[in-house]
Design a protein around this ligand. Sequence first.
Ligand code: TTP
Ligand code: MG
Ligand code: MG
Length: 358
Amino acid sequence: MRVIMLVDMDYFFAACEELKKPELKGKPVVVGADPKGGNGRGVVSTCNYEARKYGIHSGMPISTAYRLKSDAVFLPVDEKYYYETSARIMDILKGFASKFEQVSVDEAFMDVSDKVGSYEAALAYANVIKDRILSETKLPCSIGIGTNKLLAKTACEAVKPNGIKLVREEEAKIFLAPMPVGKLYGVGKKTEERLEEMGYKKVEDLQKADLNRLVGLFGTFGAEMQRHAKGIDYDEVSENYEVKSIGREHTFENDTADLDEIIGALKASAAGVIHDVKQQGFSFKTVTIKIRYADFSEHLKGRSLRRYSNSLEDIENTAIALFEGYADKGERIRKIGVRVSGLLAYSGQKKLADYIHA
Ligand code: TTP
Ligand code: MG
Ligand code: MG
């Protein structure tokens, strides 16, 4: 049987702050922009569960958070510390997985099918993982378990914080049925609104929906949504992200909207990427840029070339074109990166199949 886990750290940035300063424990802690006595701009990155009791949440304007609880502890984002902590966590998790896919700073999918042969064994294994993370980092996490990524992710969200939840295949439909459609894996804000307009409010409504109507409205995505609503998801945990792409990133000393500075950073990253590409004997098909704005939101934009390439010029030109075409110019940027994927080992036949991008 296939067994997938999703591990997600609880209130991650705020939990890291509590680790640094244990005296914060039990108090409402908000990490994000400077509230400046209620006049601050910018948003909440995250907050601990004490602060969530007052209605504060990620993405909320910091001024609103201040209005809700002005005597909460407000802290700036210490990105470097969180990413170092994240790397330690991911290293521990990797050791437990046959296939591993990190999906964000505090979250990863693990395929553990080879490690456990039953649901009971999966639960026991999740307990071991959770205990190991806690004993080595002193940080709490939640783990969702299912026969696919969708169920693992949804189970994790349902059990947060500090929990483990298993959804068996035969329970999936009932588990998902009462959720609002917006909770369904892969459904964003726009799709949610559209679904609601069409009368699909709960996942249950999607389960029962006429497939032809859904496909008429949303194309093949409509069919996928109905599969998801029923708890069916064929997506594999995609391993070897590191091998399948080569990237470099640059974090600015101070968040910046200066175009010369940003283009300079893109070029420097491209130079680093081409160095690694050549050293490892690859050519590439796709160039992607990643922009992290000052509010920590991230944007990825990629473009495939017509042919495989290993030239610096192709990386630079594509990266700059992507930036100029898609970036929210004027917004301050914290970090920018360039990545190439669709790699082909052009020198010889070594493990060719391992490197071709799925
Ligand atoms: P999440 O895992 O979404 O949230 P969380 O870990 O803070 O809380 P939960 O217990 O619900 O999992 O995000 C991980 C980190 O990413 C979070 O600690 C801070 C950062 N982040 C932002 O900076 N802005 C955002 O809008 C979100 C959602 C997260
Ligand atoms: Mg989290
Ligand atoms: Mg997360």
